[in-house]
Design a protein around this ligand. Structure first.
Ligand SMILES: [Mn+2]
Length: 424
């Protein structure tokens, strides 16, 4: 299913007067509004191929209808999102769930939808039917050299798929670790993992990056071999300049100061980018900004400050991806909400008066520093994000459009009501 630009125009005409009133007001309040709009227009967030279907928990999965059953249908779904919000122009593929059968055909489809291929993701946290050896006791860390070799070869195969598609990064998330004290020799597990990663690193093309994702716990509940940003940074530093630390917002212990972690990784030139989601208790994979929008803003505040300090291009120098699971909502509506939350946090961060904030910091004016951040966060800038979308031909109200035009019903008619997408 393709969204017609003429129906978006009709939708926008209906909403334009109300939008213009809000936009004119907020523009008059923000002198740098044009700069902010230009940056928003350049910014895109990659949609993960595994999040287009209804996710499950370890208890159950309640699939919705019209879910994409093939990679082509997943691409079409990202195309729908991108047509509506003009900020979802990339897809992050998961191998082996989404191996392209025909590279050229899939690349053609991507270009017709205006989307590119972001980081490719390997999977050594499950056993696949075709595989000889089991990852039950870990992959790159495994005590068995043959199992390590199988996992290394898989990662190299993922790089090869990525090269064909024009990806520039490999994301490695390991479920490796241990569930009980004594199960694992920590130093040997680290060393095995490092050596395995070195073999994968050696196969990276010159213009590629490898992203090392960390996670505090789950599926292993005693130790994780890449358990936190310190361990990830150790691997990244030992591997070399093409290796970076990937921050997944849900992969921290409760109350971690993620904005501080991000600031330091960025300062060290070792921040790969993000897997965005939100959480209340653990790795909940909830909609971005649904639980802690202020934290998301504080993270973006550090990102903008740190990227500008290093002269980075906001849109292209870091990897921006969503990693979420939608158990009770329509995945496409959920993803529209997530991208919107990211754009709002980014826009707010661009709005912060950094000169004044710096003055408050050097004067130890704590109350003023807080005022500056909170005044920004409490300003309703939704019309600015909508304006950026409008100028690119997107919908003023993406979810409104999605519902008015019964997109899900159309997908169910096209694909059936019993389809189940591969993924989490
Ligand atoms: Mn992740």
């Amino acid at each position: 299913m393709k969204i017609k630009s003429s129906t978006i125009d009709q939708h926008n005409e209906k909403h334009y007067v109300a939008h213009k009133r809000k936009f004119d007001f907020i523009s008059s309040e923000i002198p740098q509004v044009e700069t902010i709009i230009q940056k928003l227009m350049a910014f895109n967030v990659a949609i993960p191929s595994w999040a287009l279907g209804t996710g499950g928990t370890r208890f159950a999965r309640f699939s919705g209808g019209g879910e994409p059953g093939t990679l082509e249908e997943k691409m079409d779904d990202v195309g729908i999102l991108h047509a509506l919000n003009k900020s979802s122009g990339a897809i992050s593929l998961h191998i082996p769930w989404d191996i392209p059968k025909d590279y050229n055909a899939i690349k053609q489809q991507a270009s017709s939808l205006g989307i590119r291929f972001d980081a490719v993701n390997s999977n050594t946290f499950q056993d696949q039917p075709s595989q000889n050896l089991s990852y039950k006791f870990g992959s790159l860390q495994n005590v068995d050299k043959n199992i390590r070799k199988q996992a290394i070869d898989h990662n190299i195969e993922v790089i090869k798929h990525g090269i064909e598609l024009g990806s520039k990064a490999l994301t490695v998330w390991l479920s490796d670790g241990s569930c009980f004290p004594g199960q694992l020799n920590f130093r040997k597990a680290f060393q095995n993992t490092l050596e395995s990663l070195q073999e994968i690193y050696a196969e990276l093309p010159d213009d590629w990056k490898i992203f090392i994702e960390y996670k505090a716990y789950e599926p292993n509940f005693y130790s994780m071999t890449v358990g936190d940003w310190g361990q990830s940074l150790l691997y990244a530093n030992k591997l070399g300049e093409k290796a970076y630390t990937l921050v997944d917002l849900g992969h921290h212990l409760p109350n971690a100061n993620i904005e501080q972690i991000v600031a330091l990784l960025l300062m060290e030139g070792k921040l790969a980018g993000f897997h965005f989601n939100d959480s209340k208790y653990g790795d909940d994979d909830l909609t971005v900004g649904s639980i802690k929008p202020y934290q998301l803003f504080l993270i973006f505040n550090e990102l903008v400050d740190g990227m500008d300090a290093r002269g980075l291009n906001h849109a292209s120098d870091l990897g921006w991806m969503i990693d979420a699971s939608h158990n009770v909502k329509d995945p496409l509506e959920d993803l529209l909400q997530s991208v919107e939350a990211i754009m709002l946090a980014y826009a707010h961060a661009l709005m912060v008066d950094r000169k004044k904030l710096n003055e408050a910091q050097v004067a130890n004016d704590v109350a003023m520093a807080q005022e500056i951040l909170q005044n920004t966060f409490r300003t309703d800038i939704r019309a600015i994000v909508a304006e950026a979308r409008l100028r690119l031909g997107g919908a003023l109200d993406p979810i409104g459009y999605y519902r008015e035009n019964n997109i899900r019903l159309g997908l169910i008619k096209e694909r059936g009501s019993k389809t189940i997408a591969t993924g989490l």
